[in-house]
Design a protein around this ligand. Structure first.
Ligand SMILES: N[C@@H](CCC(=O)N[C@@H](CS)C(=O)NCC(=O)O)C(=O)O
Length: 214
């Protein structure tokens, strides 16, 4: 199994966290995005959209981080952490619901904030404060819903860690190192959830890879 990506990329980190949770062996192929390697003909044969990550296992080639984690969680269901919810159609539906919430409600403002508050300063660019404020307001509204959910349930989909939680890790981690941290800290159940999911050993391994890049 090979994962092509960059440790600083949120989408790459999502798949790395899943591979470490499942405790499976894989080869990491570092894509030099600064040199435009992700737009090369060779990389485009793995992901025609020219974005990291890309995943290979034999003749199977995947891209889109969330589709890739779903494959890994199902393919290695007997290894490592159980990231899906085995059981009834209803429990699977609740997991799917919270995965969709992450992708369509949480991620759009969170990713814009990561870009404005973390990537732009890292690359010497100026943060657009109007864009940051607008997306902080949007993310705050999403986190109000999370606060209500996490008051009833330790994790988003159920009482144990699942893909629904894992998919948040990269953006949450970046935002906890920015002024948007207050959005998480001011909501006690969200804050407790962030503390628990970012303390996972799998995530420490991903962070170790990030540290080697900065
Ligand atoms: N929806 C995709 C997003 C992938 C993505 O946006 N990757 C970024 C890095 S996090 C990238 O390669 N950006 C470079 C580009 O778009 O040219 C996924 O989840 O895999």
């Amino acid at each position: 199994m090979k994962l092509h990506g960059n440790p600083l990329s949120t989408a790459t980190q999502r798949v790395l966290a899943c591979l470490y949770e499942k405790d499976v062996e894989f080869q990491f192929v570092d894509v030099d995005m600064g040199a435009g390697e992700h737009k090369s003909e060779k990389f485009l044969s793995l992901n025609p959209f020219g974005q990291v990550p890309a995943f290979e296992e034999g003749d199977l080639k995947l891209f889109e981080s969330r589709a890739t984690t779903q494959y890994i969680a199902q393919e290695f269901s007997d290894k490592g952490t159980q990231l899906l919810l085995p059981g009834s159609n209803k429990t699977m539906a609740v997991l799917q619901l919270w995965k969709e919430v992450e992708a369509h409600q949480f991620d759009p403002p969170a990713t814009k904030l990561v870009y404005e508050l973390r990537y732009k300063p890292f690359f010497g660019l100026t943060t657009d404060t109007a864009v940051a404020e607008e997306n902080e307001a949007k993310l705050g509204k999403v986190l109000d819903v999370y606060e209500g959910r996490l008051a009833q349930s330790k994790y988003l989909a159920c009482e144990h860690f699942s893909l629904a939680d894992l998919h948040h890790l990269p953006t949450v981690q970046y935002l906890m190192g920015s002024s948007a941290k207050k959005l998480f800290d001011s909501r006690p159940h969200v804050s407790a959830w962030v503390a628990v999911i970012t303390a996972r050993p799998s995530w420490t391994k991903v962070q170790d890879m990030v540290k080697q890049k900065v």
